[in-house]
Design a protein around this ligand. Structure first.
Ligand SMILES: Nc1nc2c(c(=O)[nH]1)N[C@H]1C(S)=C(S)[C@@H](COP(=O)(O)O)O[C@H]1N2
Ligand SMILES: [Mo]
Length: 440
């Protein structure tokens, strides 16, 4: 499938449409090869709905009386859960053998929509399980090159002015499977499930650092977690003073235990590892501390044997979430392609979609709001004629950076880098509607 480029010729559209139950105004809206259509088609009064034909014709113009209409429903509960019919919408996870909770769980992006990841399915990556922190006993210490070392309780932190921001969080290892020689026979959850997006609320780190009084010789900070792994990372002081957040809330509620309860560091756009969870200590320093998490790990090994250290922002990336492996196409017709794009350097300015393995591209519609360093939802109309196709998306951010192809990324970086894979993902559509991960 990877080698085949169907390169759909629009002049055959007419004959194809005759085979089709619905009439798709493809020619007028064609924007790129193999059936990609301008999404404005969906806005043209009723035409789209008729063309998609997802609804069933009603014979009698009536609906049956269902059992749940005849009895009062269930009572209230203190904390709500999704419908029991949605139990498939769940994280997948694995722990290192011989450990509890050393590993990661992944977000089921193929089953979600919008830009916000619900807290119950936010991805998790922990180096030594989830500590059972008593919030009343938890403290945050700020020390090192400061005039006044300070210690905060949760209660004292709660008195500072707060801010919210929507931000994606992406593990540096997200997409790592794409460094492999052969396409892994898996879907968006396994490949890209280590990115999520939430509204984070807390106190600006700069507010606390200003209160402590940073020494002019300071250029870095060290952030340390209260888990058994003692995860710690060095962060440039400039980032700490810019948009770093001491996050207390995640999508409106206290941060979940697995995501750093009761306090985590949020560094918008930076690789996930630096967003230290269960934050207990910030030391203001002259240089980087060279912790185990930034020397033995989270560096990028290049083909010449050198390693890049301190690669902080996650570069622009995108992936089509619907359709994607696990979601089978239900027959030829009109579909909405949808996916996610993000960049650690700023806003997504453009996402293009291809249905012919990258031969031709057309811009997708970006769903508002498009926020800096947040997941951005894109949508595109597609007339699948039932033939083979290779779906791809590529993101451009507002620095002008364009997401590379997989081949370009590997040509530049080799295959030993492990982290920061942001090349294009390809989904092959077979004639029977099956969707597979392929290399195009
Ligand atoms: N204290 C601590 N902080 C941590 C980690 C950890 O194991 N311990 N894992 C890091 C890694 S590798 C990532 S990708 C993110 C994951 O954040 P999440 O679990 O909230 O998704 O947290 C980072 N912060
Ligand atoms: Mo990570």
């Amino acid at each position: 499938m990877a080698q085949r480029n169907p390169g759909y010729d629009l002049s055959t559209e007419g004959s194809v449409m005759r085979n089709n139950r619905s009439s798709v105004p493809s020619e007028r809206y064609a924007v790129a090869g193999n059936g990609l259509l301008d999404r404005r088609l969906f806005l043209s009064a009723g035409a789209a709905a008729a063309a998609i034909g997802g609804a069933l014709p009603s014979k009698a113009g009536e609906l049956p009386i269902e059992p749940w209409m005849k009895l009062p429903g269930s009572p209230f509960v203190g904390y709500g859960q999704p419908s029991k019919f949605e139990s498939k919408v769940a994280r997948t996870f694995a722990s290192l053998p011989g450990t509890t909770g050393t590993g990661a769980s992944r977000t089921p992006h193929h089953l979600l929509d919008g830009m916000i990841t619900p807290n119950g399915v936010h991805f998790e990556r922990s180096h030594s399980g989830i500590p059972d922190i008593n919030p009343d006993a938890h403290r945050l210490l700020i020390h090192g090159l400061v005039k006044r070392p300070l210690v905060f309780t949760l209660e004292s932190l709660g008195r500072y002015p707060r801010e919210s921001r929507v931000a994606f969080l992406e593990c540096g290892g997200n997409g790592q499977l794409l460094y492999q020689k052969e396409p892994a026979p898996v879907g968006v959850q396994a490949i890209h499930g280590l990115v999520s997006c939430a509204e984070w609320t807390g106190v600006k780190l700069s507010t606390l650092l200003d209160e402590a009084g940073v020494d002019p010789t300071a250029k870095w900070i060290l952030a340390e977690g209260a888990d058994a792994a003692g995860m710690s990372r060095s962060v440039p002081l400039a980032k700490a003073m810019d948009d770093a957040l001491i996050a207390l809330f995640q999508n409106g509620e206290r941060i979940r235990p697995s995501n750093g309860y009761p306090i985590r560091l949020l560094l918008p756009g930076y690789e996930g590892n630096m967003h230290v969870k269960w934050l207990r200590r910030i030391k203001v320093t002259e240089g980087p501390t060279m912790t185990k998490d930034e020397t033995s790990k989270y560096t990028m090994l290049l083909p010449d044997g050198k390693s890049l250290q301190f690669v902080f922002p996650m570069e622009a990336k995108s992936v089509i979430t619907q359709p994607s492996p696990g979601l089978t196409m239900k027959g030829p017709g009109l579909y909405e392609i949808s996916g996610l794009a993000w960049s650690g350097y700023g806003k997504i300015s453009k996402v293009e979609v291809s249905a012919d393995g990258g031969k031709s591209w057309a811009p997708a519609a970006l769903q508002q709001p498009v926020l800096s360093m947040a997941l951005t939802r894109f949508r595109m109309a597609w007339h699948w004629i039932g033939g083979p196709a290779v779906l791809q998306s590529r993101a451009t951010d507002d620095t002008g950076y364009l997401q590379p192809t997989r081949a370009e990324l590997i040509a530049n970086r080799g295959t030993k880098a492990f982290y920061h894979f942001n090349g294009i993902t390809s989904w092959g559509i077979a004639e029977n509607g099956e969707v597979k991960h392929v290399y195009a």
